[in-house]
Design a protein around this ligand. Structure first.
Ligand code: MV4
Length: 450
């Protein structure tokens, strides 16, 4: 096992990783921008190294500074958290080139899954279901038109360098195809420097269901069941739950098998997630593979009684997954995560940086709060607005919802606006309570918020 690791991140995830390391008897090194000098994760770490000014592209995204911090402190491995450099193949490679272990998959896997058209081709080749569409990039409008006619309208044009919804265009009428193709391609070129697009049949009113997988050096590939992340606004997830209320045991099993097949096909190592779209007929299709640990991992931890971050560290150190003797996993009860963002839901979710003047965290059975906040904490305008995650577990979905409402009522954050009032409304919504929310939930059910 490692003696010391560096955490290349900030905020709640930096703290989460350090807590796991400490339980494993590993010393931790924090890196921080001048803006974050006085935050809890920096104080919590055994050592801390300043890597630059507030702007991420001068601190948390500067690969040489982070590598130097690791070398100078004698860290043996780097955990990237999520966001920042977590899915940057150059960073994974820079670690390896400097004799540091990157706690995540290989640079090759990151690269291969980062290109969405090639990820799709890889999945089709290993018989993981994909939405009918183009095999690879559509070079010309004529290409796109041929595929659209084959699979039938409506279709969705997607950027191969995209993901997370950027550079995506729906086409409902053949007459719009050319304009939307050109728009998607130039948007992708501007955003990613890669104008490549591909095409899929549009799945109507889908749910977003993703499977958490762990893979070690000993050939163990295990599925930790799924999360339902259908409650999103402009591709930002707001509430996630496990298990998905939309899956039967049969679909759950089939989706787990498909996810493991996807991971094996690319010889994946460490923790990863396979995203699927689930249609109204119970059919599921591969969307993307996320080659990092995700914000919503705690709901999976709660329903599988695992510590995903500790498993990641064990795997990276060449040890077997400790949960490997507990397969197949069957979810235990139900868990819901609510993202508490420093955003004002009454004003289009606009970011609300500021100082926390009062803070009371909820507690009691089945309640977990992931946060780096303390009374007096300043929420910086330089970074994303996630300030806490409230994760509630119950014996069943009904108890998890009741607990989540109770915990939200206990939660006091003064000095900034947060998404707490939004979550209270979701938990009271009849479509959500019935377990029937699809990806258009916020638009169709919370319309008055927009
Ligand atoms: C789709 C789709 C419908 N049909 N693909 C959005 C981001 C990217 N991960 C894939 N996305 C979608 N792909 C086909 N063929 C609908 C979406 C989509 C979506 C997916 C998951 C969660 C929220 C979403 C919101 C809008 C669109």
């Amino acid at each position: 096992m490692f003696q010391k690791i560096l955490v290349a991140n900030r905020g709640e995830v930096a703290l989460r990783v350090m807590r796991a390391a400490r339980e494993l008897g590993i010393k931790t090194v924090a890196v921080y921008s001048t803006e974050d000098a006085d935050t809890y994760p920096v104080h919590y770490a055994d050592e801390a190294v300043c890597i630059g000014p507030a702007q991420s592209n001068k601190s948390y995204l500067v690969i040489p500074n982070i590598i130097a911090a690791a070398k100078n402190t004698g860290a043996e491995a780097i955990h990237p958290g999520y966001g920042f450099l977590a899915e940057n193949a150059d960073f994974a490679r820079a670690c390896v080139d400097n004799d540091l272990v990157f706690i995540g998959p290989s640079a090759e896997c990151i690269e291969r899954m980062g290109d969405k058209a090639s990820a799709r081709e890889t999945m089709t080749a290993c018989t993981v279901p994909t939405v009918p569409g183009s095999d690879g990039i559509c070079e010309t409008v004529e290409d796109a038109r041929a595929f659209a006619e084959r699979v039938g309208y409506p279709v969705l044009i997607k950027a191969t360098a995209g993901g997370g919804g950027k550079g995506m265009r729906e086409v409902h009428d053949p007459a719009e195809l050319e304009a939307q193709f050109k728009a998607a391609s130039s948007e992708a070129e501007a955003a990613f420097g890669n104008g490549g697009v591909y095409l899929e049949k549009l799945v109507l009113r889908p749910r977003h269901v993703e499977v958490q997988v762990l893979a070690d050096d000993f050939g163990n590939y295990i599925s930790l069941c799924e999360r339902d992340c259908s409650i999103q606004r402009r591709h930002q997830k707001l509430l996630e739950e496990a298990p998905s209320p939309a899956l039967t045991d049969e679909i759950r099993r089939a989706m787990g098998v498909a996810a493991v097949k996807a991971m094996r096909a690319v010889e994946y190592r460490n923790a990863g997630t396979v995203e699927f779209l689930l249609d109204e007929g119970g059919n599921f299709y591969f969307m993307e593979m996320n080659t990092r640990v995700q914000v919503e991992h705690p709901v999976t931890e709660m329903v599988t009684d695992t510590d995903i971050i500790k498993e990641q560290i064990r795997i990276a150190a060449g040890e077997p997954i400790s949960a490997a003797d507990r397969v197949p996993f069957k979810p235990i009860g139900h868990a819901i995560e609510m993202r508490i963002n420093a955003e004002d839901p009454d004003h289009g979710f606009r970011p609300c940086p500021g100082t926390i003047t009062k803070l009371r965290l909820p507690g009691g059975p089945g309640v977990r709060v992931e946060t780096y906040l303390q009374e007096g904490s300043k929420i910086s305008p330089y970074y994303d607005s996630l300030v806490a995650k409230l994760v509630c577990h119950g014996q069943d979905r009904e108890e998890a919802i009741a607990r989540a409402k109770r915990a939200l009522d206990e939660f006091v954050i003064e000095g900034i606006a947060t998404t707490i009032p939004f979550h209270k409304r979701v938990l009271d919504n009849e479509v959500f309570v019935a377990g029937e929310a699809t990806t258009d939930f916020i638009e169709t059910q919370m319309g008055d918020l927009l």
